[in-house]
Design a protein around this ligand. Structure first.
Ligand SMILES: [Zn+2]
Length: 414
């Protein structure tokens, strides 16, 4: 099979990287002129292939061939074009460009799919402008309303809907723009891995089994501030020493968890009064636990909380625990994952089945329709920074796997 063109992909990535406000890195917040310049470039590529563009009332962008219409369920490929400040050129963009390249290959190779092909660009995936990650894809599947979007504002006080309205982009309001399985029978997303698992294993493709669930807590230990010199060790209530033990426990319990995939992180620590000669009185820390297995995640969280209670008791400090964020793991479609596995095997392309530790648009989309994802390697695992890089040949290999899978996934039953 003649495969995807790394040169065309390179051209697309470079052109979209130039749709940026001044650097370092890529700066492209949702609904800014540079954002629409990137969408317009994609639209021009798709228009040349006979595709028309629709903007949903949430600012998501859909492309289908004019003659295919919008009534039949499609097989879709998508991702996002918004970027974090000083971000990289590949996050999200690789997936959108993969979708464009597939549209070209369908044409070049004269591939007939059993369903219409759709390219989908989700808005505000990073949450970097309006503060809410996956806002576009959440709205797309009906988990955020127009009212919610009207409430979200950027740093300058402009709301999501105002910013979308200002662009003058005509909005297509059919069915409120909310999609379900009747609109999309299969959604595939290609994304850079943003870590070093594939690079370390020297495997070109990751087939994502599921997206991790998250439990985040804020724990505050309260002890007693006192003189560092005059207070004997056995008479102290040291909140930072309690926190240190809790941090070590998070690491140990996550490492020992049954799935072997749990990750636990303490990324934030605030210590008061934070002076060299004062015993700490108040120490707050964040705990972030993730796993694709809901039962394992629940169990690790329980053990961490038990340990914190015991540490507080033993040290005579008070521990206050607040659950600050929670999301359930999502298992991706076994039908669509199977199509990816078969496609990779047919073409002799190596793959690894792996979880995704980061959230992606596919997470929201998988709540209402069949969705699957593949990863391509990130050089040095770098992401959300100007150094983010992936060889365009690696993206092209991902496109080849996707193209084989969508041919299978678009076949109609019976
Ligand atoms: Zn992304």
């Amino acid at each position: 099979m003649v495969g995807a063109s790394a040169e065309r992909i390179h051209q697309d990535i470079e052109t979209i990287a130039n749709c940026s406000s001044p650097g370092p890195g890529t700066n492209r917040l949702s609904f800014t002129p540079e954002y629409w310049a990137a969408v317009d470039y994609v639209a021009a590529q798709m228009a040349a292939l006979g595709y028309e563009r629709k903007t949903t009332p949430h600012g998501n962008t859909r492309f289908r061939r004019r003659e295919a219409g919008w009534d039949e369920p499609a097989v879709a490929v998508g991702s996002h074009l918004d970027a974090v400040p000083q971000g990289g050129r590949f996050d999200g963009v690789a997936g959108v460009v993969a979708g464009v390249e597939i549209a070209r290959l369908l044409e070049d190779l004269d591939v007939r799919l059993g369903r219409p092909y759709e390219l989908l660009i989700c808005a505000e995936e990073e949450g970097a402008r309006f503060g809410s990650v996956l806002a576009g894809s959440k709205a797309l599947v009906g988990r955020l309303t127009q009212g919610d979007l009207a409430q979200m504002t950027d740093a300058g006080g402009t709301s999501y809907l105002q910013a979308l309205g200002e662009t003058g982009e005509p909005v297509w309001a059919d069915q409120g723009g909310v999609l379900g399985a009747a609109d999309v029978a299969a959604y595939y997303e290609l994304h850079i891995e943003q870590s070093v698992v594939l690079e370390t294993a020297r495997v070109p493709i990751g087939i994502v089994q599921g997206i991790v669930g998250i439990r985040q807590y804020r724990v505050t230990f309260s002890g007693v501030a006192n003189h560092a010199g005059a207070t004997p060790m056995r008479l102290r209530a040291d909140s930072l020493a309690a926190a240190a033990q809790a941090i070590a426990s998070v690491e140990a319990l996550a490492t020992a968890a049954a799935s072997g995939l749990t990750v636990g992180t303490v990324g934030m620590l605030v210590n008061e009064p934070n002076a060299a000669n004062v015993i700490p009185a108040r120490t707050a820390l964040s705990i972030d636990l993730r796993d694709t297995d809901a039962a394992v995640l629940e169990e690790v969280a329980e053990r961490v909380l038990e340990r914190i209670a015991r540490i507080a008791e033993e040290r005579q400090v008070r521990a206050q625990v607040a659950l600050t964020a929670e999301s359930a793991p999502v298992v991706l479609s076994s039908r669509l994952r199977g199509a990816l596995v078969r496609s990779a095997e047919r073409q002799g392309i190596g793959y690894l089945e792996m979880p995704s530790g980061a959230v992606h648009d596919a997470l929201e989309i998988a709540r209402v329709m069949d969705a699957a994802m593949i990863f391509v390697p990130s050089i040095g695992g770098r992401s959300h920074c100007p150094e983010e890089d992936t060889p365009c040949e690696a993206v092209a290999l991902g496109v080849d796997v996707l193209l084989g899978a969508i041919q299978t996934a678009s076949a109609r039953a019976g």
